[in-house]
Design a protein around this ligand. Structure first.
Ligand SMILES: [Zn+2]
Length: 264
């Protein structure tokens, strides 16, 4: 969720478009909305506390100030939907929380007339009003709408959460050096979930790279000897990234890298 801090840094914008795969854009859109109305201070930029009243009410699905806009006709989200679900509710102050947030998934199904009807509200937003338009592809939206929004590109394919990749990278860097060939080869299975998404595997390899870089830095700071294997590992990870970027065989590339990491 690396785009988050950018979107939330400084003052909150009024209209965002999150472009990306369904899981990504819904997950990030939801956390973003929850975070904006979270009542706990100092919890960082990328997550909500999940404990305050606002967070709990959001999770229950009945948040009075966060709205999921839905089309009521087969033709998409029309002018009437936008008037009733956005423009009219926007006139009044939030019921209880800081922002009134309108989440419009499948924004590409907004009819051109509906998009035009929204322009004025987006152009002259209420101080408490925030729009989150979620879409697979923004090029289907009118340029006049696009130009009024902050675009956050999440990537088409759903990426694995960073935390998961980070934990796996740490674990591998920790255990692989003590492994024999068979154990090392078995470790490949842990990479399989990352096979289908270029972004996911790149992310995982970056995390792996960082865990070795951190070992080198920590040893240097502590005045300890660096392990030459760490440098070899970093070179192997870089090489694997290149091979995969050129559509090399995934399993082969990962297994070779793991063997280098294990030092056998
Ligand atoms: Zn909260």
């Amino acid at each position: 969720m690396s785009e988050f801090p950018i979107a939330l840094r400084g003052s909150v914008g009024h209209a965002y478009i999150l472009e990306g795969g369904l899981t990504n854009r819904l997950a990030i859109g939801n956390v973003f909305a929850k975070r904006l109305n979270c009542m706990t201070e100092g919890i960082g930029l990328t997550s909500a506390c999940d404990e305050c009243l606002s967070c709990r009410v959001f999770e229950s699905g009945n948040h009075p100030d966060i709205f999921f806009v839905k089309g009521t006709k087969a033709t998409g989200i029309g002018v009437d939907d936008v008037r009733q679900q956005i423009i009219m509710p926007m006139v009044t102050q939030p019921f209880k929380y800081k922002y009134k947030i309108f989440i419009v998934d499948k924004a590409e199904t907004l009819t051109p007339a509906a998009q035009n009807a929204l322009l004025k509200t987006i152009e002259e937003p209420a101080s408490y009003g925030v729009f989150l338009f979620l879409a697979a592809h923004v090029h289907t939206l009118l340029p006049t709408l696009l130009s009024r929004c902050i675009l956050v590109k999440l990537g088409e394919k759903d990426i694995m959460p960073d935390m998961e990749a980070q934990a796996l990278a740490e674990e591998i860097a920790e255990i692989v050096a003590d492994m024999d060939v068979l154990e090392t080869m078995a470790l490949y299975r842990r990479f399989e979930p990352y096979k289908e998404s270029r972004e996911s595997i790149t992310n995982l390899l970056d995390m792996l790279y960082l865990s070795y870089a951190r070992r080198i830095t920590q040893a240097a700071v502590a005045g300890k000897d660096e392990n030459p294997l760490w440098y070899d590992s970093i070179a192997a990870i870089k090489h694997t990234k290149q091979v995969l970027a050129q559509n090399g065989n995934f399993q082969l590339a990962v297994e070779l890298m793991l063997l280098k990491l294990s030092g056998v």
